[in-house]
Every structure is written in structure tokens, then in C-alpha cells.
Design a protein around this ligand. Structure first.
Ligand SMILES: Nc1ncnc2c1ncn2[C@@H]1O[C@H](COP(=O)(O)OP(=O)(O)O)[C@@H](O)[C@H]1O
Ligand SMILES: [Mg+2]
Length: 320
């Protein structure tokens, strides 16, 4: 064995397939682990452009130490997916897998499947088995972000919890049990409880996860987030920022169906900045902000009247 390269040393067929298919993606631009919450907060801001409270990082890391899955719950655009992804990466030092849930998710889609022709010819064995992301994450010792978990069915949710709980995946068809070898294999799930079209999470499920509530940031924090993501020029002055904060705040407490998250606040100012640039301006004006507003803030025709009214309230007062 000595002197052989990494891939030659791998005797296990499944592990070799996992490495061939997924390892390069997982190790892409790999940075070291950052398991100290205080340092993580700094790296999140600097490298990921994410503003995350130290208490949140500490709670998530504590859940990981206890081997418990974490559930991020809150309205759209509050950073659940991006923060989950980033924390999994900092914890394991490798890129996590993202599973965007749908009703049809099952073990074949996430653990592994059989190549139909090969299975016909050679049977359901390791040669015809195709490993999928959840198994790959366990083997490669990295995290999994299960996005919008309410869109999956209860059977899938229970399967997932059982795997995280016991840190192993059983594939009966090939008579194999795969066990996690390190602590990098962790699961963060996201969900938006206000989305009525989605499945309810069972009591058993909620009992087993560490739930972390996400909400809209304070105006002060939100301004910091937006500023992190802006280009240096054209300049965005504090007056423009204040209007943004007020409008999004008002819309969040209004009756519109698609309330703006931090994501929309960021997109709005960035679009206004691009408009100002195209006009050759040095600074973003309230007019630029107004021009960008509807395209970002109105997601449904039904919401249009309210958005226009709120915009008028804050923009005309300032523009005049
Ligand atoms: N705390 C935050 N720090 C930095 N950016 C944030 C934060 N919260 C939201 N965002 C912005 O919102 C965008 C969408 O976030 P996302 O993770 O998709 O939200 P969610 O999953 O809650 O819908 C991000 O790209 C980012 O621009
Ligand atoms: Mg999301």
C-alpha cells in the first residue's frame, strides 16, 4: 500500500465512487475548520459577507458537538440558507452538500440508487450502486444543508433524523452499513413556517431538532449587511439608506403576501446603485431608488397598490 496515491489506496468500491464523483466539489477552495465561535463570526463577515450573531454560532456549534440536527426557521430572505451553508463549511472545513427538498424526496434520491441496466445485468450490488449526496457527505465527513425541509414528506424527515441520530446509513440491498468517521457530518435544515402550502413538521421531528428562530434584523444590523454587499461607488448616502430601512420595515408589517427580507433590501439598493452607475452619477439618488423599487418589492400584482402607497409616503416626502 505504501507509496500509492490516494485513489489507488481506496479498496472500497462505494468509497471510490463517492470520491470520484464528489470529492473535488467538496474540497474546492477548502479553508481550515473554524470551530471557535468568535473567530467564526469574523470569518463569516469577512469571507462570506454574512453578519451573524455570536450567540447563534455558539448554539449551532453546541448542537453539532451534541450530534443534533439544527432547524433554522423564519421568513424568506433572512439568511437561513446562506448562513447554514457557511456554518457547515466552517465546522467541517469542507463544502457542504445542499439538498433542496421536494415532495418526491426519498432514500433513492439522497442515499443511493441503482443503475438500471447494470442492475439488470449484474444484480443489485456495489457495482451497480450509485451513491447520492447524503451518503457522500457521511463518507467525506462534511455537512448537509436540507433546504426547505417542509417541502419533503414525513417519511423522508424521519429517515433523515434516524441517520443523524445514529450517525450511520444502512443500504440493505448491498448489505452495507456506513458509519460517520469524524464530526464533520452535520445537518442544518431550513424552513419557513409561514408558508401555508407546505407540510407541517411532526411533533417527533420538532422534539429531536435544535430549533433556531430567524427574524428580520434590526435596522442597524440590516444597514451593516447591505453595506457589506454594496460596491464602493456610486456612493449610497445615509438618507437613501434610511428610506430603504423605513420602507422595508413598513412593508414587513403590512398585509402584502411577499414581504421583503434582507435579501430584497440588498437587491433593491444594489439595483439602485447599478442604475446610478449607468446614469454616470457619483451618488445614488432617491430617484434611482424609486426607479428600482417596484421591480424588487412587488412580487405579486396584488401587492402592487400597497407597495406604491408606502413608496409614495416615504419617497415623495423626501424628494420634494
Ligand atoms: N445576516 C445576513 N448577513 C448577510 N446577508 C444576509 C443576511 N441575511 C440575509 N442576507 C441576504 O439575503 C440573501 C438571501 O439569503 P438566504 O440565505 O437565501 O435567505 P433565506 O434562506 O432565509 O430565504 C443573501 O444573499 C444575503 O444577501
Ligand atoms: Mg432559503
Amino acid at each position: 500500500m505504501r507509496g500509492m496515491s490516494g485513489s489507488e489506496r481506496i479498496q472500497d468500491v462505494i468509497e471510490r465512487k463517492v470520491r470520484e464523483a464528489y470529492e473535488s466539489v467538496v474540497l474546492e477552495k477548502a479553508r481550515g475548520r473554524v470551530r471557535d465561535p468568535e473567530r467564526a463570526v469574523k470569518v463569516l463577515e469577512k469571507d462570506f459577507k454574512l453578519v451573524v450573531d455570536k450567540r447563534l454560532v455558539t448554539l449551532v456549534y453546541a448542537a453539532f458537538l451534541n450530534g443534533r440536527p439544527v432547524l433554522f426557521e423564519g421568513p424568506p430572505g433572512t439568511g437561513k440558507t446562506e448562513i447554514g451553508e457557511a456554518l457547515l463549511e466552517l465546522w467541517s472545513g469542507k463544502k457542504p452538500f445542499i439538498l433542496p427538498c421536494s415532495e418526491s424526496y426519498d432514500e433513492y434520491k439522497v442515499i443511493g440508487d441503482f443503475h438500471p441496466q447494470m442492475a439488470m445485468k449484474h444484480g443489485f450490488n456495489e457495482e451497480s450502486f450509485i451513491p447520492r449526496p447524503l451518503l457522500a457527505a457521511l463518507i467525506l465527513d462534511t455537512g448537509v444543508l436540507v433546504d426547505e425541509v417542509r417541502r419533503s414528506n414525513e417519511e423522508f424527515q424521519n429517515l433523515l433524523l434516524d441517520i443523524v441520530d445514529k450517525r450511520r446509513i444502512i443500504v440493505p440491498e448491498i448489505k452495507r452499513v456506513f458509519r460517520a468517521r469524524g464530526t464533520g457530518f452535520q445537518v442544518v435544515m431550513t424552513s419557513n413556517p409561514e408558508d401555508i402550502a407546505q407540510n407541517e413538521l411532526s411533533d417527533a421531528f420538532l422534539r429531536r431538532v435544535i430549533r433556531v428562530r430567524f427574524s428580520y434584523p434590526s435596522p442597524h444590523v440590516e444597514e451593516r449587511i447591505i453595506r457589506l454587499k454594496l460596491d464602493e461607488k456610486p456612493l449610497v448616502g445615509s438618507e437613501v439608506m434610511e428610506i430603504v430601512m423605513r420602507v422595508v420595515d413598513k412593508l414587513r408589517s403590512s398585509t402584502i403576501s411577499h414581504k421583503p427580507g434582507t435579501a430584497e433590501a440588498v437587491s433593491w439598493v444594489r439595483l439602485a446603485q447599478a442604475i446610478a452607475r449607468l446614469k454616470g452619477r457619483e451618488r445614488v439618488t432617491i430617484e434611482d431608488l424609486a426607479e428600482a423599487a417596484e421591480s424588487i418589492l412587488v412580487k405579486r400584482i396584488d401587492d402592487e397598490d400597497v407597495v406604491v402607497e408606502v413608496m409614495g409616503e416615504y419617497l415623495s416626502a423626501k424628494a420634494l
